[in-house]
Ligand binder design. Structure first.
Ligand SMILES: NC(=O)c1ccc[n+]([C@@H]2O[C@H](COP(=O)([O-])OP(=O)(O)OC[C@H]3O[C@@H](n4cnc5c(N)ncnc54)[C@H](OP(=O)(O)O)[C@@H]3O)[C@@H](O)[C@H]2O)c1
Length: 216
């Protein structure tokens, strides 16, 4: 039977691409939890949009009763305003929601982490991503997929200079860049997530470099 899916971070670059790729009947049910309505999805009434401000995470429990939880949630240190707030958003929120989902019987967690994630890293961003990965491994999902993309490419309204440089310079030269550092289109990564959902093998996987590029 096709699984039920819940996604957090659904208004973001990857989250939106993930949802855009879903056709009616593609999954048994699909719930996108976000802080605001996603206008782009007005033609996809089969995607249930659940609006929540993510302050009372317990109130999200019923939406987290799902087979698969996809996490594309995250921010930047600049947007968060402080390292403390960044940690709360990129670590504490996904972890708390993963724990609730697992308590509710969720068997598969798909986490979009980042290239370089390492709980021992001297770089704060990479360290937080690594700490989240480690913490999620402790939650006990029968199937855990961790994706570690390099720079994401796609249409983003927010101005991110790093990604702008990526588009202008790295994309045309992408063939010269080692797989680990290659920028990846959000659409391609979203396709990989759909591919992983279809994989019913139990275990914990970490995907990076060439392996992130969906074969479909
Ligand atoms: N962008 C890159 O180049 C890159 C590279 C490697 C890894 N990653 C990681 O990949 C993941 C997805 O990246 P992305 O570029 O698709 O992200 P994005 O476009 O910035 O979207 C982030 C999502 O997280 C949500 N979010 C942010 N702060 C929140 C909060 N306080 N409470 C609830 N939701 C919140 C946003 O919701 P709102 O719309 O409500 O703000 C949005 O849905 C992130 O974890 C990111 O760190 C990104």
């Amino acid at each position: 039977m096709s699984p039920t899916i819940t996604i957090i971070g659904s208004t973001g670059l990857i989250g939106l691409e993930f949802l855009r790729a879903i056709r009616d009947g593609g999954y048994r049910s699909i719930t996108a939890i976000s802080r605001r309505v996603i206008p782009d999805l007005s033609d996809k009434s089969y995607i249930h949009q659940s609006i929540n401000d993510f302050t009372d995470l317990e109130s999200m429990r019923s939406q987290l009763k799902t087979d698969v939880l996809v996490c594309t949630l995250g921010t930047t240190i600049k947007t968060a305003g402080s390292q403390k707030r960044f940690f709360e958003i990129d670590h504490d929120i996904p972890l708390a929601l993963a724990e609730i989902a697992r308590e509710e019987g969720c068997h598969t967690f798909i986490l979009v982490s980042s290239m370089g994630a390492n709980a021992q890293s001297k770089i704060f961003y990479s360290r937080v991503k690594g700490q989240l990965e480690e913490a999620i491994k402790g939650v006990g999902f029968p199937r855990l997929h961790i994706l570690r993309p390099s720079m994401l490419l796609g249409d983003r309204q927010e101005n991110r200079p790093g990604e702008f440089v990526g588009k202008l310079i790295m994309q045309p030269l992408s063939f010269l860049i080692p797989w680990k550092y290659k920028p990846i289109q959000a659409r391609t990564l979203a396709a990989k997530i759909h591919e992983l959902i279809a994989n019913e093998e139990a275990g914990t996987w970490t995907w990076s470099g060439k392996d992130l590029f969906s074969k479909n």
